[in-house]
Design a protein around this ligand. Structure first.
Ligand code: SF4
Length: 404
């Protein structure tokens, strides 16, 4: 089977993720329509269909315009669908981690534009959920997802092109996490996130994927990376795994460096080597390729205000710790924070790591709880941060509160 993926580098779409004109939306709608058609998707089949667009609106903020799906791409896609004559069009998201969808739509600057275009907003966290059995699952056999996902005729996935500390990249396959209920979102948020996101895709595959690479993010993404302003690339196609494989190459990653994309190719498309079956249309990968800065996962010896000791730890806790520390560094004055020590992962037997820690001691994650019960001397030493992994901002809040 052949999977078609379209790439388009746009000279200048006009505006930015924070400000744009109607002509920018018109121009982008034409570009996106052209790429979609090149991948074999017949837009006319959408007449009289209900369409749900699903962007990435995880903690959007005007100070980080490259961290969420560009409103220009979302609005241009909505316009394209309206021009085709669809029955109903909506935009839905659940940012997760307790962040309200309603706030995300406002912070992204989208809400007034969507209202003006008569596009419905779906706040998944305020709407109906349904639990669905997934016979293809390895992990999520029964999973609770937004009912809107299962009800819509056409599910259009609009992820941001960005690197990601836990998964290397965040693109189409991973963006589907935004349809899941918060109670289940943090399950399997460790090395098993690869199977987790593929499970969700197999439950309800996106019918169309449009990757926003206008201002992608590199480095310490998903939130604290650097914007690549004016990259101005759109990648699209029907198959999420194939589109992700092409995006990896565009971002300077080999596909097999990114476990969840490699796994998606195998579990969704039944191929191991994307060169076998993925065909690129429009611009070539070589025309647009750039080596994105890699995210750094470890926090060891990286921050002056905290000493990190990594024991038998997996990527789940490493990512949550690094996320908190990057957040503190970017959003607060770290010069006032007293030195602290963070220990993660399971200790080795007879280990003396904790004999001389500095400042407040945090035992991060369920695996690190063993330190408290390792021997009588260590009992009650340190503040245990429960979770597998804990919330990505738990550590930041605790460190900020030292001495307050
Ligand atoms: S508690 Fe242990 S298994 Fe769970 S995320 Fe942390 S290191 Fe991984």
């Amino acid at each position: 089977m052949e999977y078609l993926v379209g790439i388009k580098k746009i000279d200048d779409p006009g505006g930015s993720p924070l400000a744009w004109s109607d002509s920018t939306i018109d121009k982008l709608a034409l570009v996106i329509g052209d790429i979609i058609e090149k991948t074999g998707f017949n837009l006319k089949t959408l007449r009289n269909a209900s369409i749900m667009l699903h962007p990435n609106l995880v903690r959007p903020h005007t100070t980080r315009p490259a961290s969420f799906s560009d409103p220009r791409v979302i609005l241009a896609t909505a316009k394209l669908m309206q021009d085709v004559g669809v029955k109903e069009i909506s935009v839905g998201e659940n940012p997760g981690f307790g962040y309200p969808a309603r706030k995300a739509f406002h912070e992204s600057g989208l809400i007034s534009h969507l209202n003006k275009m008569n596009v419905k907003t779906l706040y998944f966290d305020e709407s109906e959920w349904m639990t669905v059995n997934n016979p293809e699952a390895r992990l999520y056999h029964d999973v609770t997802v937004s009912k809107h996902l299962m009800d819509c005729d056409c599910f259009v996935n609009i992820p941001k092109m960005k690197t990601h500390m836990l998964t290397q990249v965040s693109l189409c396959v991973k963006n589907v996490l935004g349809v899941i209920h918060d109670d289940q979102r943090m399950l399997f948020h460790r090395n098993d996130i690869a199977d987790k996101v593929v499970d969700l895709n197999l439950l309800r595959m996106p019918d169309l994927n449009i990757v926003d690479g206008l201002w992608p993010m590199e480095g310490q993404a998903p939130f604290h990376g650097d914007a690549i302003e004016g990259f101005n690339v759109i990648v699209a196609g029907k198959n999420a795994a194939a589109v992700d494989a092409v995006c990896c190459r565009v971002m300077g990653f080999e596909v097999n460096e990114v476990p969840h994309v490699q796994l998606a190719l195998k579990r969704i498309c039944n191929i191991r080597d994307y060169n076998e079956s993925v065909v690129v249309k429009g611009d070539s990968i070589g025309d647009v390729k750039r080596r994105f800065k890699r995210p750094v996962l470890s926090s060891m010896a990286q921050f002056g205000f905290v000493e990190c000791i990594e024991c038998g730890v997996c990527n789940g806790c490493l990512s949550a710790i690094r996320h908190s520390l990057d957040w503190l560094k970017m959003e607060t004055d770290c010069s006032n924070i007293p030195v602290a020590t963070v220990v993660s992962g399971r200790p080795m037997p007879n280990m003396n790591t904790l004999n001389r820690w500095k400042g407040e001691l945090f035992l991060f994650g369920n695996c690190a709880a063993e330190f408290q019960f390792f021997d009588a001397d260590r009992r009650n030493k340190g503040i245990w941060v429960p979770g597998c992994p804990p919330h990505v901002l738990d550590l930041a809040k605790l460190i900020k509160n030292i001495n307050q």
